[in-house]
Design a protein around this ligand. Structure first.
Ligand code: FPP
Ligand code: MG
Length: 357
């Protein structure tokens, strides 16, 4: 079993595409291709049972399918792929299976480090999404090294969700925001969807366009719950190790059929967010001004006592400028806070890297 794992690579020998594949690819590429695809690779154990294999062998086949799928995605021009490799819930599986999955991951990431020239050649940046402090220390170190050696690669991104659930990610983001307020980086009123999103592990990712789940299950199982609010969902009735390029083409076609509606929904979301932010900035600026003016016993802008056309126009201009000024100060607070959060995360990864004297 161990020997078999070792031979398998992240960059399998590529088979020449058939003319039919080339044709389908060309047709799909003439439409909008999802830039970010997320995958719940479900059905490995059922595949093992169906084929009289050990459970762990099902996961090994699952990994091979992942390596193959990444090549298909690169060929199609998909620039970001996020996969659910290990959920926090998976720790509840039998110790044998958990250890098997940890060992598989150790082998695969060690292999990835061995193949570092290939990862540079393909220009793939590997990111780990999740609370890796829950993993064995040696695996944390391997993951950190994979992240570190590939950090500057620009062609594509592979996000591996490891020790991850979406709700844990959101709780963690809320804790970051709460400490940000407590430590004086941000104010409570600065907390918005936009800022919370930037505290998630996926903060550096583009929005998820297409989410595929194999095995016929039709639920999200705590995967990318925040990020998939405006994502096209494709539930495929095939076990993950049986997933083929044709299933991928079909999922992309499904995405293309729903593309316009998804874009409209996303645009509306952005407009609504901007409106809410403007309103919040306006409200906060007024509160700030009212407080400042009450100390000096003068009438705050926006609260005109004798409304004349001239005074309203002047006041409005004044108010707009003050809102703008407030928004700039808020953005500055947010940027300093986020830089602090990201530095903390980068320092954690650095602390796991081998120390060079
Ligand atoms: C779900 O199938 C699959 C997993 C919990 C593990 C997925 C992991 C891999 C494919 C390997 C990835 C490894 C690396 C290094 C990225 P299941 O176990 O729930 O199967 P079932 O639904 O048939 O029970
Ligand atoms: Mg399952």
């Amino acid at each position: 079993f161990k020997r078999k794992i070792q031979i398998m690579t992240w960059f399998p020998e590529r088979r020449r595409p058939t003319w039919l594949q080339r044709l389908c690819e060309a047709i799909l590429k003439s439409g909008p291709v999802p830039q970010h695809v997320a995958i719940i690779m479900d059905g490995n154990r059922r595949f093992a049972v169906k084929n009289s294999l050990e459970k762990c062998e099902g996961h090994v086949r699952g990994f091979d399918k992942l390596a193959e799928t990444l090549e298909w995605c690169l060929d199609l021009g998909i620039t970001e792929v996020t996969v659910y490799a290990f959920s926090i819930e998976n720790f509840k599986r039998s110790p044998d299976e958990v250890n098997g999955l940890m060992e598989l991951s150790r082998q695969k990431f060690a292999k990835l480090l061995e193949e570092r020239n290939l990862i540079q050649e393909h220009q793939v940046c590997v990111r780990i999404i999740g609370d890796i402090s829950l993993l064995p220390r040696d695996l944390q170190e391997l993951l950190a090294e994979a992240v570190s050696i590939s950090a500057n690669n620009k062609r594509a991104v592979l996000n591996v969700c490891f020790a991850y659930t979406a709700r844990d990610d959101m709780c963690n983001a809320m804790r970051e925001l709460s400490s940000g307020v407590k430590d004086g980086f941000i104010r409570e009123s600065d907390i918005s969807e936009n800022l919370l999103e930037k505290c998630l592990y996926t903060s550096h990712s583009r929005s998820v366009d297409l989410l595929i789940r194999t095995s016929g299950e039709v639920r999200l199982s705590d995967f990318l719950l925040w990020e998939s609010a405006y994502t096209c969902l494709a539930f495929v009735k095939v076990l993950w190790p049986e997933f083929s390029i044709w299933h991928l083409y079909a999922a992309i076609l499904h995405y293309q059929r729903n593309y316009n509606k998804i874009q409209i929904a996303r645009q509306n979301l952005m407009i609504e967010r901007e409106r809410l932010q403007r309103e919040s900035d306006h409200r906060c600026m007024l509160e700030e001004e009212t407080e400042a003016c009450s100390k000096l016993e003068i009438i705050p802008p926006g609260k005109v006592s004798i409304p004349t056309t001239h005074s309203i126009i002047t006041q409005n201009k004044n108010v707009q400028a003050l809102v703008q000024q407030y928004a700039e100060a808020r953005t500055e607070r947010e940027n300093v806070f986020l830089a602090h959060v990201y530095t903390k995360r980068a320092d954690f990864i650095k602390s796991l890297l081998p120390k060079h004297p």
